[in-house]
Design a protein around this ligand. Sequence first.
Ligand SMILES: C[S@@+](CC[C@H](N)C(=O)[O-])C[C@H]1O[C@@H](n2cnc3c(N)ncnc32)[C@H](O)[C@@H]1O
Length: 278
Amino acid sequence: MKIINKADVINLLEQEDSISSTLGFRHSSGSLKKGMNKKINEIAGFCEQIFKVVSKYKKKNEIVFLECSCGKSYLSFVLSYIFEKEFKTRPFFFGVDTNGELIKGCEETRVALDYKNMVFKHGRTIDFNSDKKVDVVIALHACNTATDEAIAKGIKIGARYIMVVPCCQGQLRSQIKDHHPLTGVTQFGLLRCKFADILTDALRSQFLLGNGYYVELLEIVPPKLTPKNVLISARKIKNTNKRGLEQYYQLNKIFNTNFSLQEYFTEQSIGDDQTCAC
Ligand SMILES: C[S@@+](CC[C@H](N)C(=O)[O-])C[C@H]1O[C@@H](n2cnc3c(N)ncnc32)[C@H](O)[C@@H]1O
């Protein structure tokens, strides 16, 4: 499979009117909307990493994606378009979101593009079910713990790949004010927020390691475009990894935090719909 990089995706969206107009990326005059520049770059940066991963995935049947907190499902539509155009193949896409209006909009876009390889579901990621085996779980800026739902869902359904670019991460901010060895850092509000983001992504990564995934973290776009640019990219390699889980619990213990990814694996799952100002 040939490599598609970020610049290729942006070029394609600039040149191909049918997809970028239908997704609302263009003015009626034909030029790309300046206001969509950040989103287009995020999508292109994420696509690049997805193509890198999927190009190594030898699967005979169609690849099945689940986009969690899909919003308008820009990412899935662009991926589907490129797969068809460049690789003459159509993976299958599920999209799930708690916002019913957005899911309705996704269905309208799907009809406009005449894509028969997509199903959109209204509801929480953690409640998503399907008869099809999902290979790749993706989430771009799923608000707060909605990212954790995507990770938990991916682990539960045994997804081969889990790739998430988290959004705002509020869960730990208020928990790390005191009673841990780095209070000299977290006493400053700005540093506390930055540190909470780092700790949250470290806990997520350790939890994935502990569940048998190989984990890499990388930036999909430069931080000056958006600080929410970190991709946690996980590939299933074995069943569980005791050491990773120990690190997860140890980090929680050191910082006296109650980060609760493991609770999605108990009978009564946690959380609510997440909203943010993003
Ligand atoms: C910041 S938007 C990102 C949308 C899209 N992924 C994008 O990048 O354009 C976050 C989305 O998460 C959805 N959401 C929040 N909590 C959710 C949950 N528990 N399960 C599924 N979707 C959720 C919201 O409705 C919203 O559409």
